[in-house]
Design a protein around this ligand. Structure first.
Ligand code: BV8
Length: 248
């Protein structure tokens, strides 16, 4: 049952959820695509608390390699990141940007207000105090913690499988209040993010999926725009800030 047509002019409250696909055209690997990150490493080996306890050096190496790649000059925000930053500046209603990504390309593309529900690659956390600090490109168990001066207490400030994502109460409140929910570049494999579309639908929101491929969750969306984020997200922003009519 298709909810409102997307070229309604007055959306009041929009929630945008992004996944690894929005950073794909910036040169950052996705997780489950061909050659994806999880193909090189089994999730269980690098992205769970058990993995970190079992082989911390492997986990430090996995995140140091991703941080090094993210900080390399050739990885830059793309037109989709920049379009969402423009949306934050120009949209007359309420916009909430929730990302599953741990990269910093939304910030570098100009977004100022966003929820990193799976943490941030460029941050590290003391396992004793829970304090969070900006991370250098490289750190491991030999580095002394900023707050307790202990070796081995710093970990990536990233949400691993089996750990509770961040900002969940705020995100649920936003989903229950939104009239438009847009998922961009996510395969709909990982929960609780994959369930957000259902929360939004139950709240009466119109839902849109932007992805070049059909995903696990495609059937849950009222509308699907098939194509890469750098094409479809500027189209969405034009629609929402009223620059031009867009046929759906
Ligand atoms: C939780 C940070 C409960 C790490 C990530 C057993 C035990 C515990 C939990 C579970 C369990 N079994 C299942 C679960 C739940 C689990 C889960 O969902 N597992 C899945 C695999 C079944 N979830 C969790 O564990 C979560 N926590 O449930 O806690 C709890 C309750 C109480 C108390 C304590 C705990 C935590 C999940 C977070 C895991 N961390 N990331 C890191 O990054 O290293 S998840 C990881 O996957 C990334 O964050 C990534 O963003 C996310 C989702 O992937 P996608 O973003 O969708 O990326 P993907 O590659 O899959 O898809 C890319 C898409 O882009 C594709 O569709 C492609 O078509 C598209 N695309 C490609 N090119 C483009 C494009 N789109 C647009 N433009 C393009 N150009």
């Amino acid at each position: 049952m298709a909810r409102d047509s997307l070229d309604r002019r007055h959306w009041h409250s929009v929630v945008v959820l992004t996944g690894a696909g929005i950073s794909a055209e910036s040169g950052l690997g996705t997780f489950r695509g061909a050659g994806g990150l999880w193909e090189q490493q089994r999730v269980e080996d690098v992205a769970t608390p058990e993995a970190f306890a079992r082989d911390p050096e492997l986990v430090y190496r996995f995140y140091n390699a991703r941080r090094e790649h993210l900080c390399a000059g050739e990885v830059q925000p793309n037109a989709a990141h920049r379009a969402l930053a423009e949306l934050e500046r120009s949209f007359p209603g309420n916009l909430a940007l929730v990302t599953q990504n741990v990269d910093n390309l939304h910030e570098r593309g100009g977004s100022r207000r966003l929820y990193h529900m799976h943490g941030e690659l460029m941050k590290m956390r003391c396992q004793r105090s829970g304090s969070v600090f900006e991370a250098p490109a490289y750190f491991d168990a030999a580095d002394r913690c900023v707050c307790c001066d202990e070796e081995g207490s710093l970990r990536p400030h990233v949400v691993w499988f089996g750990e509770m994502p961040l900002h969940m109460d705020e995100i649920h409140a936003l989903l229950e209040d939104c009239d438009l929910f847009v998922a961009i570049g996510t395969s709909g494999n990982v929960y609780p993010a994959a369930g957000f579309v259902q929360v939004a639908r139950q709240a009466g929101a119109t839902t849109l999926e932007i992805n070049p491929e059909i995903t696990e969750g495609s059937g849950l969306f009222h509308h699907q725009w098939r194509g890469p984020a750098t094409e479809q997200v500027p189209r969405l922003v034009s629609l929402l800030v009223g620059n031009q009519g867009t046929s759906v």
